[in-house]
Write a protein that binds this ligand. Structure first.
Ligand code: NAD
Ligand SMILES: CCCCC/C=C\C=C\[C@H](O)C/C=C\C/C=C\CCCC(=O)O
Length: 266
């Protein structure tokens, strides 16, 4: 996919992986809607990006992805300003085992809603011209993390939903590729949640164990996750792929058995 002039929407774009995605998309000539709950970080991010790229190429939208109307409105604004939509990165996520219902809402419900909204605009079934959706999961979407059962559940949900909706997209010829990325630990502010009792909840007792795990497995630079995103955008055959990114193996894929015979619907 040539990214020049393409329109992307990135959630959780003010910092961390989402910000790195947004910078890379702008660098490749795309226009980017930057969605984030954190107004001050979002505005600071937009200002910094304007110093490097044409200010008209990006738009910051204050948006809580967990709030249905706000997310709908953000998609609408993006299309009103930029005229189309080609790429959606459902990236916003939290690690909050204390308020675990919020973790489910942000990490899973909003990924599903973001995917459906993206399909409403991009699916050929609705007169759209196709596109690419990337849903951010985690290695905790493949392996259980004893230190974060709800985080693990949401990320397993993202992986399962993405694989299934990607199969639907293929069957019904939506023209939209949908993939997921599962990184190990990445150097972003999210890792600070390990030190916060109000985030770790009853698993705060594991904080030193998790820190040792992080030290053992190493911390990835966000630029490697950007490389994973670019691979997904460029390799047209990738649909329903579960991309893993670790220090020891770099970018690679989870291989699943073919479990179900998919019915022919056309
Ligand atoms: N950092 C890691 O080690 C790591 C590893 C694997 C997967 N991930 C996943 O990558 C994604 C990005 O994580 P990160 O490490 O960049 O986190 P981060 O905390 O550094 O950044 C997340 C961004 O999302 C925003 N956000 C949070 N809740 C939101 C909401 N309700 N609505 C809108 N924006 C919201 C935050 O304000 C923040 O700007 C998450 O889904 C996370 O689970 C992170
Ligand atoms: C998961 C509970 C601790 C939460 C730590 C905070 C956020 C980090 C979340 C990331 O999504 C990473 C989560 C799990 C990584 C699990 C194992 C790493 C194994 C790495 C390897 O095999 O190289």
């Amino acid at each position: 996919m040539d990214l020049t002039g393409k329109v992307a929407l990135v959630t959780g774009a003010a910092q961390g992986i989402g910000r790195s995605f947004s910078e890379a998309l702008l660098r490749h000539g795309a226009k980017v809607a930057l969605l984030d709950l954190n107004m001050s970080a979002g505005e600071a991010c937009k200002k910094a990006l304007d110093g490097e790229f044409d200010a008209a190429s990006s738009l910051f939208i204050a948006c809580d992805v967990g709030a249905e109307e706000e997310l709908k409105c953000a998609f609408k604004k993006t299309i009103e300003l930029f005229g189309s939509l080609d790429i959606v990165c459902n990236n916003a996520g939290i690690n909050n085992e204390h308020n675990w219902e919020q973790t489910i809402n942000v990490n899973l419900t909003s990924m599903i809603r973001g995917t459906y909204l993206a399909l409403d605009y991009m699916s050929k079934e609705n007169g759209g011209k196709g596109g690419v959706i990337v849903n951010m999961a985690s290695l905790a979407g493949i392996f259980p993390a004893a230190h974060g059962p709800v985080y693990t559940a949401t990320k397993h949900g993202v992986v399962g939903f993405t694989r299934a909706i990607a199969a639907t997209s293929k069957l019904l010829d939506y023209g939209v590729r949908i993939n997921t990325i599962c990184p190990a630990f990445v150097d972003t502010p999210l890792l600070n949640s390990v030190n916060q009792e109000q985030m770790m909840g009853r698993y705060y007792i594991f904080k030193d164990t998790v820190k040792k795990l992080i030290q053992h497995y190493g911390i990835l630079d966000p630029s490697l996750i950007v490389q994973g995103l670019m691979k997904i955008l460029q390799e047209e055959e990738l649909n329903g792929a579960v991309m893993k990114i670790t220090k020891s193996k770099g970018i690679h894929f989870e291989i699943y058995e073919t479990a179900l015979i998919q019915p022919e619907v056309k």
